[in-house]
Design a protein around this ligand. Structure first.
Ligand SMILES: NC(=O)c1ccc[n+]([C@@H]2O[C@H](COP(=O)([O-])OP(=O)(O)OC[C@H]3O[C@@H](n4cnc5c(N)ncnc54)[C@H](O)[C@@H]3O)[C@@H](O)[C@H]2O)c1
Length: 353
């Protein structure tokens, strides 16, 4: 198979207005699909991310909504299921909203697809954090067949793994060509702080660590570093991650699971230093206590299986990826400011102002 197999095809991207989904849509357009149907309820996304292109067919709504499902085209060549209730902390604040927009979305989508002619592949966005070790000691890279704890840290993590279980069921019983892609920590352009609706905690605005640190560094405000910055993560650039998703679409074995990871562990302390140098304006570090809910302090993924079976390697080194993300953040300052500002009264109330 070659990439040009997307040419003339019909693709469904759920969550396609979000950070990773929109990068995927932009990338897929290079291959000339006939139509990319994007279903997104803009819970954690902004329309500015959706490509303005005649092949994009944007549907505002939830993929768990029967009317939305019924109005989808009869057949898709490819499906990328990226919709989620973002993220761990929002899900702890409102587990039912997580269920409605994370677990239920996945079940309804797979159940719907089982009644149609099967796509060539359905790629499901799963999360490496669900299988990560719960340790602050030296971590081992998680492999695809590592055991999953029955005591996960958040409803988000539960939803992600339940999605895998449902996918396995529909693969086994209904022959849906389902593939699980387990992402490590993704960063890069189009992750807009504050995009979408207030979801109950300041984590609505301060999403993952990289966009948060970059924004704060550019605004010369202190970078909040928890637990002495000893936690580690495996940061994968979104351009690479998208190539990994495309490799899954082309080469993955239905029913299989693949880590999309770099295999490189970076501490949060080191990350703060790298971001300060990429931003060129060193911000102070604000040392804070460890987060009480997050027990997987040190974690990274083993990329061997994806490299061997899919030929996928995350090529972008962290300093280069950060450089590109800083550049994008500078160029999109007004969009980010608009999205952050729409939550200002909630943030002020949280801060007791
Ligand atoms: N960003 C990461 O580091 C990371 C790591 C592991 C896994 N993932 C997975 O990757 C996927 C994309 O994540 P992201 O970082 O781009 O997050 P995101 O919040 O930017 O994207 C999620 C999208 O889903 C949409 N959405 C929410 N509920 C929906 C619903 N009911 N129907 C349709 N759309 C809905 C949101 O509006 C948003 O556009 C998610 O499935 C996430 O679990 C991300």
């Amino acid at each position: 198979m070659s990439r040009s197999e997307f040419c003339g095809s019909t693709v469904l991207v759920t969550g396609g207005a979000g950070f990773i989904g929109s990068n995927l849509c932009h990338r897929l357009l290079d291959d000339g699909p006939e139509r990319i149907v994007v279903v997104d309820n803009l819970l954690s996304a902004d329309m500015v991310n959706v490509p303005d292109h005649p092949a994009i067919d944007f549907r505002l709504g939830s993929i768990a909504d029967d009317r939305v499902l019924q109005q989808l085209p009869q057949q898709f060549d490819w499906v990328f299921h990226l919709a989620t209730y973002h993220g761990n902390q929002s899900s702890m604040h409102d587990p039912l909203a997580d269920h409605a927009n994370n677990t239920l979305t996945t079940l309804k989508l797979f159940d719907h697809l089982a009644t149609r002619q099967a796509p060539r592949k359905i790629i499901y966005a799963s999360a490496g954090c669900t299988v990560a070790q719960k340790t602050f000691d030296a971590a081992e890279a998680t492999t695809e067949d590592d055991p999953v704890s029955l005591y996960l840290d958040s409803p988000y993590q539960i939803s992600k793994i339940v999605g895998e279980l449902y996918g396995n069921y529909y693969f086994t019983k209904h022959k849906l060509p389902f593939v699980k892609a387990r992402f490590q920590n993704v960063y890069g352009p189009r992750e807009i702080l504050g995009a979408g609706q207030w979801r109950g905690t300041p984590a609505t605005v301060w999403r993952n660590v990289i966009p948060t640190f970059i924004w704060k560094a550019l605004c010369n405000t202190a970078l909040p570093v928890e637990n002495g910055g000893i936690a580690t993560r495996d940061f994968i650039y979104v351009g690479d991650l998208v190539e990994g998703l495309i490799a899954c679409a082309h080469k993955a074995l239905p029913g299989s699971v693949y880590n999309l990871a770099t295999g490189v562990e970076t501490s949060i302390g080191e990350l703060a230093h790298l971001i300060n140098s990429a931003a060129g304006a060193p911000a102070p570090v604000d040392l804070r206590p460890a987060r009480t809910w997050d027990r997987s302090g040190k974690r990274y993924g083993d990329p061997t299986k994806a490299r061997t079976e899919l030929g996928f390697t995350a090529a972008t080194a962290l300093p280069e990826g950060l450089r590109q993300t800083v550049e994008w953040t500078r160029a999109n300052r007004s969009v980010i400011e608009r999205c952050i500002t729409q939550h200002r009264h909630f943030l002020d109330r949280k801060a007791g102002l």
